[in-house]
Design a protein around this ligand. Structure first.
Ligand code: SF4
Ligand code: SF4
Ligand code: SF4
Length: 325
C-alpha cells in the first residue's frame, strides 16, 4: 500500500475529528417527552383550500426571494413540490375528496414543512451541533458553525432540509424554524398559521393541539381517519396532522414510530465505546508507518581499504597503529 504522509495526516484528522465530535452527536437527542409548554401546530387537511396564503406569509416572514409567479397563481399546484432553500413550506394538491363526507370537494391540499420532531434525526446527525432543539419545540439552525456536511439532509426522515447549492461562498442549510422568535417570545402565531383563512392551521401548546385533534376525531368519525399523524411517528413531532384519507395519498410519508436517532445512536455507542475507533486507527497508522519506513539511499562508495601486503603495488603504506598524519 502506497500511502504518503499527507494522506495519512488527512485520514488522521478525519478520524480524530469524528472521535472528538462523537460525544456531541451522542448527546444531541432531546428527551422523548416534550416539555409541557412545547409548541405545536395542528394541520387539518380537510379544511385546507390550497390558497397558498401560508406560503406567502412564510416567504415574507423569512425574507425569502420571491418567484416569478405570484402566490395567488394556482398553476404551481400542478406539480408536486418539496420544501426548498427558497420555500420553507409548500402546499400540494392531490385529486380526490379530502374525506368521505366531503364528496363535493374534488381535491385535497396538504401543506408540508419541517415537522420539528421531538427526537430530531437532523440534530442527532449534526456532528458540530449546528442544529438544536429548543425547549419550546423548534429545531433551529446555526449557520456560523455549520460545516456543510449535509448529514442532516440525509438523516431527516421527512426529507426537509434544503441546501443553498447556488451560494458559492457561504451556502446554508435552510428549513422552517417555526418562526422561532415568534414576535420576541410573546408566543404569537407562526406566520403561516396566522395567515390561514380557514383555521386549517392551529398553533398552540403541543399538548393542547393534540387534545384538540383527538376531540375532533371523537366528534367527527365520519370525516377523519382515526389517527393523528405525528403523535407517534418517528417518536412524535411538533406538527400534527388530521386527514380524511391515507397520508400516503397526500404526499406524507408512512413512517415507523421508532425515532431514527435511537437506532443510529445505538450503533454509534457500539462503535465508539471503549475508544475502539481511535485505537484501531492509531494501530493502522503505526502499521503503515512501519511498512513505509524509509530505507537509507545508496550513498557514494566508501574508501576501499586495500589488502595490506607488504611491497604490493598500490598497497597502503604501513604506518603507526591508528594511522599517522
Ligand atoms: S422534520 Fe427533519 S429537519 Fe425537521 S426536525 Fe425532523 S429531522 Fe429535523
Ligand atoms: S412556522 Fe414560520 S418558518 Fe415554518 S412554515 Fe410557518 S411561516 Fe414558515
Ligand atoms: S393558508 Fe391555510 S388554507 Fe391556505 S393553503 Fe395554507 S394551510 Fe391551506
Amino acid at each position: 500500500m502506497d500511502l504518503d504522509r499527507r494522506a495519512l495526516l488527512k485520514l488522521g484528522l478525519a478520524t480524530t475529528s469524528g472521535v472528538v465530535c462523537a460525544p456531541r452527536a451522542l448527546s444531541a437527542s432531546p428527551t422523548k417527552t416534550p416539555p409541557p409548554d412545547s409548541a405545536g401546530v395542528l394541520v387539518d387537511t380537510t379544511l385546507c383550500i390550497g390558497c397558498r396564503k401560508c406560503e406567502e406569509a412564510c416567504n415574507r416572514r423569512n425574507r425569502l426571494p420571491r418567484g416569478v409567479e405570484s402566490f395567488s397563481d394556482r398553476d404551481v399546484l400542478r406539480s408536486f413540490r418539496r420544501p426548498s432553500a427558497t420555500a420553507f413550506t409548500v402546499v400540494n394538491r392531490f385529486p380526490g375528496s379530502p374525506s368521505a363526507d366531503q364528496v363535493g370537494v374534488a381535491e385535497t391540499y396538504a401543506k408540508v414543512q419541517c415537522m420539528h420532531c421531538l427526537r430530531p434525526s437532523c440534530v442527532s446527525a449534526c456532528i458540530v451541533g449546528a442544529l438544536t432543539k429548543t425547549p419550546d419545540g423548534a429545531v433551529v439552525y446555526n449557520s456560523t458553525i455549520c460545516i456543510g456536511c449535509r448529514y442532516c439532509q440525509i438523516a431527516c426522515p421527512f426529507e426537509v432540509p434544503a441546501y443553498e447549492f447556488n451560494e458559492a461562498l457561504a451556502p446554508r442549510v435552510r428549513k422552517c424554524e417555526f418562526c422561532v422568535d415568534r414576535a420576541a417570545g410573546t408566543g404569537a402565531n407562526p406566520a403561516c398559521a396566522a395567515s390561514c383563512p380557514t383555521e386549517a392551521l392551529v398553533f398552540g401548546r403541543r399538548a393542547d393541539v393534540l387534545a384538540m385533534a383527538k376531540d375532533r376525531l371523537k366528534r367527527r368519525p365520519d370525516r377523519y381517519l382515526n389517527h393523528v399523524y405525528g403523535e407517534a411517528e418517528v417518536g412524535g413531532t411538533s406538527w400534527l396532522y388530521l386527514t380524511g384519507r391515507p397520508v400516503t395519498e397526500i404526499g406524507l410519508l408512512d413512517l415507523p414510530d421508532t425515532p431514527p436517532p435511537q437506532l443510529t445512536e445505538a450503533i454509534q455507542h457500539g462503535i465508539f465505546r471503549y475508544g475502539v475507533i481511535p485505537i484501531a486507527f492509531y494501530g493502522l497508522l503505526a502499521a503503515l508507518m512501519w511498512r513505509n519506513r524509509p530505507t537509507p539511499p545508496p550513498g557514494p562508495p566508501g574508501p576501499v581499504v586495500a589488502e595490506e601486503r607488504p611491497g604490493a603495488p598500490g598497497g597502503a603504506p604501513r604506518g603507526p597503529a591508528g594511522g599517522g598524519r
